[in-house]
Design a protein around this ligand. Structure first.
Ligand code: UT7
Length: 332
């Protein structure tokens, strides 16, 4: 049986920075309030003509190079995004494959909001373990600035743009194998975070435009409480299932939504600050790109070494949630 190994990580961080001071100029808020409530100090924003595929393919270039894989050997591209270049088609994954200059390859998008990268990892693992694919490129790419309502002071300051990518490759070495990926959803909570217009329920119309219904609407406080509860229990289940104790985890990489959520989950799980990767202060919430961007940050800081045990923990619209446990099988 083939095992799936997490071979490399890469990211693209758009250079343009939007600070809390910039938000003070456009909504009724303060830097102090945003930092206290979320931990966010700044976030990155893409250029006007840049779409998710532009960010995604740049992150992918880094991940492919670090994995030492020939582009011709990539046999599947999965892009997790809720801010695709085009509303319906073609998929952002097809565009990323084209921008990477890959030969014809299976490519598709998945939609699981902030849990998207973990969902993509679960699919990559299944394809490899089934023997259908050998080298899967997974990308989380978001341009949230394209769906933000800059008059909604409860939501617009949270999100940012960016992309992360990883190569997941077949191996016969069980020590390198991804141990487990668990993904779940509960559509009964679909009202908490949504873009209400522009889809088949409320197709694009003057009302959709006037009411900014294609922009993200979030019930922040209700989401907050569920996020803490779900992120905590998800990890508890994963650790118990694999007989792990806190000290076994080298890097806990949670979805970067809010510093208070990360701290509450870390405290409940008794994980230390040293074990927990935090980038929400510098990148804000980048949805499907948040976990790979955070992992890339820790990697580039020289903190992630080959063989280190990594635990992902994600949560987002759907609701969706998921966790992943694996040894890093890449080079330092
Ligand atoms: O990535 C997917 C998952 N998403 C999340 O996990 C997001 C989770 N939610 C959050 O991060 C937080 O709920 C927010 C940061 C969105 C909001 O923080 P909160 O502590 O839940 O604030 P709140 O919505 O309960 O609002 C508290 C007060 C309100 O004023 P009153 O009614 O108490 O007078 C708001 O009007 O803060 C006010 N407020 C603001 N004040 C200054 C809301 N937004 C702002 C703002 N600046 N930008």
């Amino acid at each position: 049986m083939a095992y799936a190994a997490f071979k490399s990580i890469g990211a693209y961080i758009p250079p343009k920075i939007m600070t809390n001071a910039d938000f003070e100029k456009i909504i009724d808020t303060t830097d102090e309030w945003i930092v206290k409530r979320t931990g966010i100090k700044e976030r990155r924003i893409s250029e006007e003509n840049e779409a998710s595929s532009d960010l995604g393919y740049k992150a992918a270039e880094v991940a492919i190079k670090r994995a030492g894989i020939n582009k011709e050997d990539i046999d599947l591209v999965i892009c997790a995004t809720v801010t695709p270049d085009y509303l319906c088609m073609p998929s952002t994954a097809c565009l990323i494959a084209s921008k990477l200059d890959l030969p014809p390859v299976q490519a598709f998008d998945i939609s699981a909001a902030c849990t998207g990268f973990v969902y993509a990892l679960s699919i990559a693992k299944a394809f490899i373990e089934s023997g259908m694919k050998k080298n899967v490129l997974i990308v989380g790419a978001e341009t949230y600035t394209s769906i933000l309502d800059y008059t909604d002071r409860g939501t617009c300051f949270i999100f940012g743009d960016g992309a992360g990518a990883a190569m997941i490759c077949a191996t016969s070495n069980k020590d390198e194998a991804i141990i487990d990926v668990n993904c779940c959803s509960d559509g009964n909570y679909s009202d908490l975070i949504k873009t209400p217009g522009g889809g088949s329920l409320h197709p694009c119309s003057q009302e959709v435009l006037d009411q900014k219904m294609a922009c993200i609407k979030m019930k922040g406080n209700e989401t907050f409480k569920l996020a803490v509860k779900t992120l905590t229990s998800d990890v508890q289940v994963m650790m118990k299932k694999h007989n792990l104790i806190n000290e076994d985890i080298n890097h806990f990489i949670p979805h970067q939504a809010n510093m208070r959520i990360i701290k509450a989950v870390g405290t409940a799980l008794k994980l230390t600050e040293e074990q927990t990767v935090v980038t929400v202060d510098r990148y804000g919430n980048t949805s499907a790109a948040s976990i790979p961007m955070a992992m890339n940050y820790a990697y580039e800081q020289g903190k992630i070494k080959a063989g280190h045990t990594i635990l992902f923990d994600a949560f987002g619209s759907g609701l969706t949630w998921g966790s992943a446990l694996f040894p890093f099988a890449g080079k330092e």
